[in-house]
Design a binder for this molecule. Structure first.
Ligand code: AMP
Length: 126
């Protein structure tokens, strides 16, 4: 069991395989702390995923267990990616799904960046 109550980290998850170069991705940014690539099923004109390079299942695990420098480096990368994508002037949304109620599908912590249009309601009616 991970810190967040989710199953333990599975090194075979799709984002781990992207990090190892076993599966291709449309990369937009890479640094010491993060890899960013286009979502395979975009839900906005710009939809990019940013993932840390270590093995953390979720936001809860990452924030509880990662070194402070790693957390800071990751979040700086998120902002850098948005800036590099030209989203700062118009604005954008960052989102991280956590666990079942959050709708998390991939068990490697990731942040979505959405932009390129007015994004509307933050949480659509269920
Ligand atoms: P989440 O529901 O927050 O876990 O989101 C997982 C996201 O990963 C979804 O938006 C998927 O479209 C995306 N995704 C799944 N497989 C890939 C892949 N091979 N390359 C890029 N994005 C992917």
């Amino acid at each position: 069991m991970s810190i967040s109550g989710l199953p333990p980290y599975d090194p075979g998850n799709i984002f781990a395989r992207i990090l190892r170069g076993e599966i291709p991705c449309k990369r937009v940014h890479e640094d010491e702390y993060a890899l960013a690539f286009h979502d395979i099923a975009p839900q906005a004109p710009v939809h990019v995923l940013v993932i840390p390079k270590g093995e953390w299942v979720s936001a809860a695990d990452f924030h509880a267990a990662a070194p402070a420098e790693t957390i800071a480096g990751f979040w700086r990368a998120v902002s850098a990616v948005a800036r590099e994508l030209g989203l700062e002037a118009g604005g954008y949304r960052i989102l991280s799904n956590m666990g079942a109620d959050g709708g998390q599908e991939v068990g490697h912590f990731h942040v979505h960046i959405f932009g390129g249009r007015r994004l509307g309601r933050m949480v659509p009616p269920g």
